[in-house]
Write a protein that binds this ligand. Sequence first.
Ligand SMILES: Cc1cc2nc3c(=O)[nH]c(=O)nc-3n(C[C@H](O)[C@H](O)[C@H](O)COP(=O)(O)O)c2cc1C
Length: 363
Amino acid sequence: MIGLFDRLAAPLLRTLDPETAHGLALNALKLAPLPPARPDDEKLQVHAFGLTFPNPVGLAAGFDKHAEVVDQLFRLGFGFIEAGGVTPLPQAGNPKPRLFRLDADQGIINRLGLNSEGVDAVSARLAQRAGLPGIVGINIGANKDSVDRTADYVACIETLAPHVGFLTINVSSPNTPGLRNLQQAAALDEVLSRSIDARERAAVAGKRKPLLLKIAPDLTLGDLDDVVGVARRHRIDGMIVGNTTISRPKLRETAKAAEQGGLSGRPLFALSTRMLAETFVRVEGAFPLIGAGGVDSGAAAFAKIKAGANLIQLYSGLVYRGIGLVGAIKRDLVDFMRVGKLDSLNEAVGRDAAAVTAEPWPA
Ligand SMILES: Cc1cc2nc3c(=O)[nH]c(=O)nc-3n(C[C@H](O)[C@H](O)[C@H](O)COP(=O)(O)O)c2cc1C
């Protein structure tokens, strides 16, 4: 069924304007009679942040911004879904066009600007699915015009924490002016300290929801030292490395490369994997990491794990490889484990991190 969906839908979606195609894909997911995913091989199970993930392949934030199709997305075989980014108040985001496909590079540039239906609409949807299986996290951001952006994270945590498996503090979207400055040590210290207090207040029966921090792959290594230091001091539960990049590695689609926004997909793989390894060696096992950026095959997913990821996330790969990608990655991971005689993926986490950090900086 998934193969059929890919064969019918992918060529059609490819001919459309990317944002229209995305809307159609969401509608197709709402309507398609996809059967439930097959149970995962137990070897793929991952324990992280106090949660048990049936497999390590997650959907990255931005695909289901308003939490409209999370349960349909589990039918594609994901081990977890991150919905959002969501902002406290609804906001339209940037003018269109704001989403560009770089087909020759298998990349995407977006400058959506955290378009959101707002926290009330999204939390109502998530509350409605309470009790259903599947780990759903939520990516939270700040409104563009907010005067106290930290208060925006606090508001999102208080409203959403009861309805989700984890929350991700997104201080790394490149399309909200100034947002990434919250990664600077003093600002981040305040964001994390107030967010952790909010998470405490939102605890139900003493149960606190894991709070993750998602960073940009464009930080300098000096900035990364600070970010990891602050994150460790506040004992956050994990980090996601990372968001889209404002840098432009060598791209074939030179005209589109000039579009402003964050680049994702295959051209982001090398930089994001390097930053993941750099983060891993700084975190020293204090908390687990999620690797995101250019995962479009089992080999790419395994490379992320060996660079330091306990879990991985993908978005752009789905656009270029279709929804069959999730199953293909899981099959490949099981194969890699058999060949490497691994009983759990945990045994491979960070195995190559030191070697990756010794390579020349990715061009
Ligand atoms: C269209 C689009 C929208 C995105 N929206 C968000 C978002 O709202 N919040 C966020 O933290 N990341 C967002 N991202 C970044 C992804 O979650 C992910 O970190 C990044 O795309 C790298 O993964 P990929 O190469 O597999 O796409 C978005 C990415 C794309 C392509």
